[in-house]
Design a protein around this ligand. Structure first.
Ligand code: BES
Ligand code: ZN
Ligand code: ZN
Length: 470
């Protein structure tokens, strides 16, 4: 996508309407006949104009959703260029990002399996505003994030018979080559040697080996070391605690956390962020064979904490337990895991919102506030000692499921907390992206399928951390 400024000759014009105010447009008859009052989007084909009614409560999220969903309505037209009005949503840099991200991301569709895939022809956006450094850099951020998110969506949307643990290895090595990242890939033998029995148990029934992938981006000017850990379940059938058919569907998206980690590393490299950033991916497949791990098993994790398996469908936390252990050996200043961890998080927070958990309230609040600029919705879920009681086991140090029907997102987060060493408790965040990672009922800028949840909020959190460090 090419972005220019104030180009007069474009195929289509996109007008942004605030506070339902239509008075500045010379299109009264059209509004009247369509009974358009500035709510939602409407297209006047004769005038080659798209009117986008913005939410009264204008946020980065609502703006991206309104503009993105409006652009979807014209993306199948034979147009190559659009001119787009510009609105300052509070900060020019993030506003420019929001405009560009909304347009580019809304053009995405996972259509490779269609006989005749139709792709949008839009290749140029002209922003109607005076350009300056902030806006220019915001445009760049929008392009980079849209690009990184597209890769993530392609990985998550890829079908389970095609995308397996080895595919993650391939994609990680490709990314490492392109951006000169360090990349080490470990398989079953190494995991065994390291005592990663929780991770290994989950993958035991798979015909592919488990893969722990370690990527590192190490710029010279690094001010901090950040480690991201991603849940990479290439498929989650539930294992012997088998999911019912309806719930199994979409579980190709259980690799979303790991895919987001790849996206974060790509975006960070493209933006040359001043952080040493490590990405750890735990790639496994939770399926059934005579080798399956079983409910009633007890697993000794890499941290030495024993785990009673009460449900083989609570597998993500087992993979993460060992990956978080590996991650802490890297001595991070900030440790963040991303995972489609619980259905309970979707029930509690909706399919639009990711949960933020951890022990450090300031860190959680800072992340929550920073994530607002990204347009992704997050919500802090607090730990408490009553919920910790729920993951007690009679025969091991901890149980992999909570003993109550309630509070499943937090009990899963607190389970992970059992594998965080004392010195890293305040440096750790757990992000449960189970809701927004996969879009079944289309909303906002998103197409059906993967949304690349977690990428934008993390990159923007890093940008804002770097700014406040100055
Ligand atoms: N991958 C699922 C969580 C999930 C559910 C993600 C729905 C996205 C949408 C996870 O592995 C899982 O199955 N969790 C169980 C835990 C339970 C057995 C304690 C769940 O949430 O039901
Ligand atoms: Zn599961
Ligand atoms: Zn899972």
């Amino acid at each position: 996508m090419k972005v220019v400024f104030n180009e007069k000759n474009t195929d289509f014009k996109v007008c942004l309407i605030q506070n339902k105010d239509l008075s500045r447009f010379d299109d009264k008859e059209f509004f009247e006949i369509n009974d358009y009052k500035g709510v939602g989007a409407i297209c006047n084909l004769a005038k080659r104009t798209l009117y986008v009614g913005l939410n009264d409560e204008l946020t980065y999220a609502s703006f991206i959703a309104s503009l993105g969903s409006a652009i979807k309505s014209i993306k199948s037209l034979n147009i190559k260029s659009i001119s787009l009005e510009f609105i300052n949503l509070g900060c020019e840099f993030y506003s420019a990002y929001a405009h560009i991200y909304a347009v580019i991301s809304s053009l995405y569709e996972f259509n490779k399996y269609h006989k005749e895939p139709k792709n949008s022809k839009i290749e140029l956006i002209s922003l109607e505003t005076q350009q300056n450094d902030d806006i220019q850099q915001g445009v760049e951020l929008g392009k980079v994030l849209a690009n990184a998110c597209e890769d993530v969506k392609n990985i998550v949307n890829e079908i389970p018979s095609t995308y397996n643990q080895l595919s993650f290895e391939k994609d990680a090595l490709k990314l490492a080559k392109e951006f000169d990242l360090e990349c080490n890939v470990y398989s079953d033998d190494y995991l065994q040697k390291e005592g990663m029995n929780a991770f290994l148990a989950v993958n035991r029934a798979s015909s592919y080996p488990a893969k722990l992938i370690h990527l590192a981006y190490k710029p010279q000017n690094a001010i901090k070391k950040i480690v991201y850990v991603g849940k990479g379940l290439v498929y989650d059938t539930g294992g012997l605690s088998l999911k019912p058919a309806d719930y199994m569907l979409t579980m190709k998206a259980d690799k979303s956390g790991a895919a987001a980690v790849l996206g974060i590393l790509k975006a960070a490299s493209m933006l040359k962020l001043p952080y040493e950033i490590h990405g750890i991916i735990g790639a496994a497949q939770n399926c059934i064979s005579e080798k399956s791990y079983m409910p009633d098993d007890v697993l000794i994790s890499r941290e030495g904490v024993s785990i009673e398996v009460r449900n083989t469908d609570a597998e993500g936390r087992l993979v993460l337990a060992d990956c978080l252990s590996f991650a802490q050996d890297l001595k991070p200043d900030l440790l963040i895991d991303l995972a489609t961890l619980t259905g309970a998080c979707v029930v509690g927070l909706s399919e639009y919102t990711s949960g933020i958990m951890g022990y450090n309230e300031d860190l959680q609040n800072e992340f929550y506030n920073n994530s607002k600029r990204s347009g992704e919705y997050t919500c802090v879920l607090h730990f408490n000692p009553h919920i910790k009681e729920l993951i007690k086991s009679k025969i091991a140090d901890v149980s992999n499921t909570g003993s109550s029907r309630y509070g499943g997102a937090i009990s899963a987060g607190m389970f992970l907390g059992e594998f965080i060493r004392k010195e890293y408790k305040d440096k750790w965040l757990h992000l449960d992206i189970a809701g927004p990672a996969y879009v079944e009922k289309v909303w906002g800028e998103n197409a059906y399928g993967a949304s690349a949840a977690g990428v934008r909020m993390n990159i923007i959190n890093l940008l804002r951390m770097a700014r406040s460090a100055k």
